[in-house]
Each structure stands twice: as structure tokens, then as C-alpha cells.
Design a protein around this ligand. Sequence first.
Ligand code: SF4
Length: 396
Amino acid sequence: MRKTYFIQTFGCQQNTADSERIASLYEARGFERARSLEEADTLIINTCIVRDRAEEKVYGLVKNLREKAGSGPEDLHIVITGCLVGAAAREPSGKLMKRMKARLPDEEFLPMEDVGFEHEPKRASGKLASVVISNGCNNFCAFCIVPFSRGRERSRAFGEILHEVREAVKAGRTEVMLLGQNVNSYGADFLMEKIKEGGEYEIPGGKKVRPVIVKHLGRHRIPTLFPHLLEAVAEIPGVEKVMFLSANPWDFSDELISTIARHPNIDRLIHLPIQAGSDRIIKSMNRWYTRDEYLSLIDRIRNEVPDAEFTTDIIVGFPGETHEDFEATMDIARRVKFTKAYIAWYSPRHGTAALKLGDDVDIHEKKRRYTELDHLVLRLSGREHLIGKESAGKTL
Ligand code: SF4
């Protein structure tokens, strides 16, 4: 009888894309996809640790599953993968790994590094192909666990990404979502190598890029290949729409803006996380832009791409956020008129730098700020009918 697997995925679109490659790995090992968890002999849990207490939730989930299925791996083989495993492998003290092994003695841990890109994703049905272009992040925003769970940013080979897109188009996909924690620093690692060697980077097709570090708004901007990659993907015959997620404001170059302007099949709905509207809070989040720079970027994009619309991520109640700071965030929302804002109220997260900053905004005040901002964004985007319906709020 054939062995069967089922994947339970938590978290972001990158985890969903990773699960498509995990499926491919298990099918290469001779497994068949089960229609439900109950029908599977192997369950793979692709974990997310963006929210706090994620570790306890995984222990709780496994305990419940074991109670239903039987107590040992012979009853149900459980594989834990994703960000929890990545964070445990990277934590210098080794405490998290030790705890996981003690609490999950019968479970297998699968590091995502063991699931190579040679495994062609088993995608869900539909016209969209999500394509991972980089993994990890070098930015260390104070509230974020990603640099610790996924490690430093590593770009995937340019040619390999184009190959995956072409294969997806051949298989009937017409829309492509390029995924990375910070897509617009894609290729910075390749270019930094070239700067050390004093050479040029050759893009598949022969075009050469001579990397230079430019000074922009008083800071050094790392060179990136993202505008070239985006252009190359947009020009693949059969690609009707290209989207990308997430793009950080400080790496969003003028070259990237003109690439978008030149290609009508690049999505005009751009996700640009601001996180907070006050310079003091943006700085304490360890993010490298000011509110004026963010607003000027929005203006530059709107000038060149008049039909651009923006979505964003915002955290309210970050440590030290005063009423004036929150008003600065409301002011940004009024000026930009986001099509949608993914708002979260702050809660402390183990393993992040922000933990040291305390948690001094009362939970009721956080929820009040959440509601006020949420209603403002909904009203300004013409979706006031969703007030009170779309979400009951969430913690970071
Ligand atoms: S840019 Fe900041 S928020 Fe985004 S993944 Fe990197 S550290 Fe996290």
C-alpha cells in the first residue's frame, strides 16, 4: 500500500510556497497526497512563529493529534518543519532545540534547507504560480523574528527563477507572484560578491550589470537585481500579471519604479509596509526610512505609475507609541489613502529585539487605536460597508 502525506501550513505566502515544494519532495519519495489529515500516515506541520506562543501551540497541536491517532510514530508519523525548526537550528544557545526534542520526542524535524529548489512545486489549482526568489532577511526590524527563523537573505539563481516561471506558464499558469521577505533587495548578495571581485554580473540573456553602491537620502543603498528580474519575468510570453511581496520602502529604487511603469502586466497594487507613521517609532523599529521619505516614494510611484494603488502593514501600540505618534500614523493613512491596511496591535515576542523595549501601551488603548485606524482606512478606501465585519483585530 502506498504511503500518504498531508501538509498543514501556517503563516505567510512564503510558507504556502514552501509547502508546495515539500509536497514535491514527498511525492519524489513515493508518497501520495491524502485528501485529509485523517487519511494520512504522515502529517507535515509547516510552522509559523510570527505570533507569540507559537511554540506552545505546536506542542498543543501535536498532543491533540497524538490523542486522536495513537501515541507513537507507528500510528501517525509527524514531521515538524518551517520557521520553528529554522529558529531552533539558528538559536546559538540550543535551548529551543533541546526543548523541542524533549516535548516532541517522537516527531521528525525537517529543516527547510533540506527541501531544495530542484523539487518543482506541486501547486494548488488556479492560474497563480507563487515563485520564491529569496529566503531570509538582513534587516532585523525590532519586532520581527524572521531573520532568526529564516536566517540571512539568500537569493535564488536568476536563471532558475526564470526557468520555474516558464515551466509554470507551460503548465497553464498566467499569473506569477514573486515572493521573498524583501523582494527588492533580490540579488544584493550576488552583486556584493561582484563588487569584491571588481567584476560585472551577467544576467541570463547576456545583459551585464556593473554594481555600484549609491548614496541615496544620505544613506548607502545596496545594489539589487530586482528591477532586472521583474522585467525578465514580465517579458516571458504568457505571463499576464506579475505581483511581488514584500517590498521594503528603503530598497524601492527609481529603477524599480520605471520598470513597473514600462510593463503594464506588473500589478499596480503595490504592498509597501509603513509599520508606523512617526519617525521616532519607525527608528525604534530599526527601519531605515522616515515618514517624509515614505511619502516621497509614494509620490514618485504615483507620478510614474498613475494607476498605482497601495496596501500596507501597520503595527499600533508599539513600545513607546504616544498619542502623537499614533496621530502621525493616522496622518499617513489620510495622505496615502491605502486600498487596504493589514493592521496588528503589538504584543511582545520572544526572540525579538523589541522585547527589551517593554510593552507600555495598555491593551485597551491598542485595540482602540486599531479600531480607529482600521475604520479610517476602510472609509478612505470606499469600503466602509466592511467596518466591523472584515476582521475582529489581531495581535502581532
Ligand atoms: S524586512 Fe523587517 S519585517 Fe520584513 S522580514 Fe525582514 S526583519 Fe522582518
